[in-house]
Every structure is written in structure tokens, then in C-alpha cells.
Design a binder for this molecule. Structure first.
Ligand code: SF4
Length: 87
């Protein structure tokens, strides 16, 4: 299990989640932020910090957003993986 960032983050990238993640596993892509599925320790600290409710535990992702579970994994295998969040 891991936490996942879904569609609501696109174009927002508030980054409040980044400040509370104890293991710095939230990365920034072109359109949204992503949680690295192998680095997340499932602490849940980021979830309440998101102002647009874009973060869910993997098993609680709304049905219409389940594609984002795979997107959060695959993006790290792409040629341009997400990097450290920019301020
Ligand atoms: Fe980071 Fe915890 Fe959120 Fe995982 S659940 S992304 S470890 S703050």
C-alpha cells in the first residue's frame, strides 16, 4: 500500500504535502506532484495537508481516479521522471 496523488493536483501543485513528508518521497512532475511508491512509508501525514484533497491511500482512490495509481508508478520509469519539488 502507498499513498497516491490524483487529478486534483494537476495545475495546482500546492506543495504543502512536500513540507510534511518525513522521507521526502514526493516529487514534482510537469503537471502534478507524485509520490514514489517504493519510498512512501504510508505515514499519512501528507493527506490532510492537501488543500484540494488530491492525496488518497491507494485503496481509497475514488473509482474515477484509479488510473492515477498506475500513473504515479509509471511516471518514475519514464524518460523524464519527476524531480525534487521546485519552490
Ligand atoms: Fe510521505 Fe507519509 Fe505521504 Fe507517504 S504517506 S508521501 S511517507 S507524508
Amino acid at each position: 500500500m502507498t499513498y497516491v496523488i490524483v487529478e486534483a493536483c494537476i495545475g495546482v501543485k500546492d506543495r504543502a504535502c512536500v513540507d510534511v513528508c518525513p522521507v521526502d518521497c514526493i516529487y514534482e512532475g510537469e503537471d502534478q506532484l507524485y509520490i514514489h511508491p517504493d519510498e512512501c512509508i504510508d505515514c499519512g501525514a501528507c493527506e490532510p495537508e492537501c488543500p484540494v484533497t488530491a492525496i488518497f491511500p491507494e485503496e481509497d482512490v475514488p473509482p474515477a481516479q484509479v488510473a492515477f495509481v498506475e500513473k504515479n508508478k509509471e511516471v518514475f520509469n519514464s524518460e523524464t521522471p519527476p524531480g525534487r519539488p521546485q519552490r
